[in-house]
Design a protein around this ligand. Structure first.
Ligand code: CMP
Length: 143
């Protein structure tokens, strides 16, 4: 069964949006396969966002994601990678549709409430960065 990595960023945790975001994924029908509240060490933040290393906002991105607790999750279900991205809405919250997480709660591209893997390759990589194998459960007997 497909799995993806979703993280409530420090702004979302501070604004008490964890419960709402978890509820949206549960109501949709996805299964929570792993979860933890954590502070991201700088080295992990730099690795996670490695593809943005050359971008002018890289420093800001790392500073923000390490600025407070995040809620890291693994969600399981059919087509969950693409679906989670639809549920989150566009990266820039000012362009995200109402009804999406960023459309409902975000205002700026830096503080955009949630992160979700953008492909099967990044889902596998990001789950591996944030979770030990034994921390990720499965509802699917064939996994
Ligand atoms: P995320 O899905 O976590 O992946 C990369 C992040 O970079 C993205 O969400 C945004 O929060 C952030 N980002 C993208 N563009 C900018 C920008 N111009 N300034 C600051 N942060 C940005």
């Amino acid at each position: 069964m497909e799995k993806t990595f979703v993280m409530v960023k420090p702004d979302g945790v501070q604004r008490n949006l964890v419960g709402d975001i978890v509820a949206r994924f549960e109501r949709k029908g996805f299964k929570l396969a792993g979860a933890k509240l954590m502070s991201i060490p700088t080295a992990l933040a730099e690795e996670h966002y490695g593809e943005h290393k050359e971008k002018p906002f890289f420093g800001e991105l790392v500073d923000f994601i390490t600025s407070g607790p995040v809620f890291a999750m693994v969600w399981e279900g059919d087509n969950v990678i693409a679906n989670a991205r639809q549920m989150m809405g566009k990266t820039n919250p000012s362009e995200a549709m109402p009804g999406t997480i960023r459309g409902d709660y975000g205002l700026t591209v830096g503080k955009n409430v949630v992160h979700g893997s953008d492909s099967p390759e990044s889902a596998e990589r990001e789950i591996g960065l944030f979770f030990q194998q034994e921390e990720v459960l499965s509802y699917d007997k064939n996994d």
